[in-house]
Design a protein around this ligand. Structure first.
Ligand code: PLP
Length: 398
């Protein structure tokens, strides 16, 4: 029996001619080209290309947007994580707990400052760091926890916060995918805790190159980050500490200021696409993103899951539909982090299963109704050919 809901009959079904990109930055640029060119031209004319007034302006705008006292712009999301860890005094011998299901940089930043990432499992419903698993990984050397607002869904921090308070651990939020997501009236980045953002081009708020920022409420931390990102230098050629070069350039800041004004609209459009996917696929038997309060998910990624992931991916590719896998290997099983003394295969079962089953569908603000319908029709065709799928629970099944 086919229980799948009908979708709009206006959809052209010339499936072989349709190409649906995973992300369409050209379409985005088309909608903002004049403003971007104007902003970039102003920077070119100013002849001030690194740091300076444009960067300060973007920092103020971004801090106000997320509701933080400070935003410190840096060279990338990875740098944001590294510099917060360094500024917080995390060092060689310290352990930092990170989820196994995240982008590699969450752990890499810990390793790069000399400390050791310790991997914990994720919650089967939200895919966020599971507090119980994190607690089981605490040792006398644990200094910090880095929860990740994965896929752009704002994580409810209550349990991790309580754990961190009781066990005297620092919490650093990896907000690299969560621009604009908000929970209980607080935007990600506005909690007061240090939060690290990436403005990599494909993010909901993306530059035209690498860029990142840390938001926080602590003036001492903001001061330390400003020193660290610029060779430890409070004044040119005076070096108070050893830092690095992780400054933001003025062209990226100007681009980000233009795009920040669009972010709310873009996130709203993503939410509408997500709603359409959810409505059209609710009876598909595929695991769909778990329900979240309005605004809590910015749908940076729309991630479904099925044990038939490889088959579905190939089926969609044949129909011109690009998909992504975020991420194919849980971090404890990557070549870089596996080995003796590390988390063994089978030890973090939810992250491991998700890495095998997750598939990211095309998702970006400019996704057209026709493109979205093409994806839905193709997914449903696949499901219909694999009938047993239709009997499985659909949303966020454990
Ligand atoms: C969860 C997460 N953490 C960290 C990063 C690193 O950010 P960047 O690529 O700007 O260094 C990213 C970005 O890809 C990310 O998605």
């Amino acid at each position: 029996m086919n229980t799948l809901p009908m979708i709009a009959p206006t959809i052209p079904l010339r499936r072989l001619e349709t190409h649906v990109p995973f992300l369409n930055l050209k379409a985005q640029l088309k909608s903002i080209r004049a403003e971007i060119q104007e902003a970039v031209n102003q920077v070119l004319d100013s002849a001030h290309y690194v740091g300076g007034e444009r960067v300060e302006r973007f920092e103020a705008e971004f801090a106000a947007y997320v509701g933080a006292r400070f935003a410190v712009a840096v060279g990338s999301g990875t740098a944001a994580l590294e510099l917060v860890l360094r500024a917080s005094g995390i060092e060689f011998g310290d352990e930092v707990i990170v989820p196994a299901n995240t982008f590699f940089a969450t752990a890499e930043a810990v390793t790069n400052i000399g400390a050791t990432p310790v991997f914990a499992d994720v919650d089967p419903f939200t895919l966020h760091l599971a507090a119980e698993s994190a607690e089981s990984k605490i040792t006398p050397r644990t200094r910090a926890i880095i929860p990740v607002h994965l896929h752009g869904r704002a994580m409810d921090m209550a349990e991790i916060e309580e754990l961190a308070t009781v066990r005297r651990l620092l919490v650093i939020e990896d907000a690299c995918q969560a621009h604009g997501a908000q929970l209980n009236g607080v935007r990600v980045g506005g909690s007061g805790r240090p939060a690290c953002f990436s403005f990599y081009p494909g993010k909901n708020l993306g530059a035209y190159g690498d860029a990142g920022a840390v938001t926080c409420d602590d003036p001492a931390l903001a001061r330390a980050l400003r020193l660290l990102r610029d060779h430890g230098s409070p004044v040119k050629y005076e070096h108070a500490i050893v830092g690095t070069n992780s400054r933001l350039d003025a062209i990226q800041a100007a681009v980000l200021s233009v795009k920040l004004r669009k972010l709310e609209d873009w996130n709203l459009q993503r939410a509408q696409h997500a709603e359409r996917y959810l409505r059209s696929l609710h009876a598909s038997g595929l695991r769909l993103p778990a329900p979240a309060p309005a605004g809590a998910h910015n749908f940076h990624l729309f991630v479904i899951a099925t044990p038939l992931r490889e088959g579905l991916r190939a089926f969609l590719a044949e129909r011109g539909i690009e998909t992504g896998i975020h991420y194919p290997t849980p971090l404890h099983l990557t070549q870089a982090y596996r080995g003796p003394g590390r988390s063994a295969e089978g030890s973090l079962p939810v992250a491991e299963r998700m890495a095998r089953e997750m598939l990211s569908l095309p998702m970006f603000a400019e996704l057209t109704e026709t493109e979205l319908a093409h994806v839905v029709i193709a997914v449903r065709e696949f499901v219909a050919e694999h009938a047993p799928l239709a009997g499985e629970p659909s949303r966020a099944a454990a």
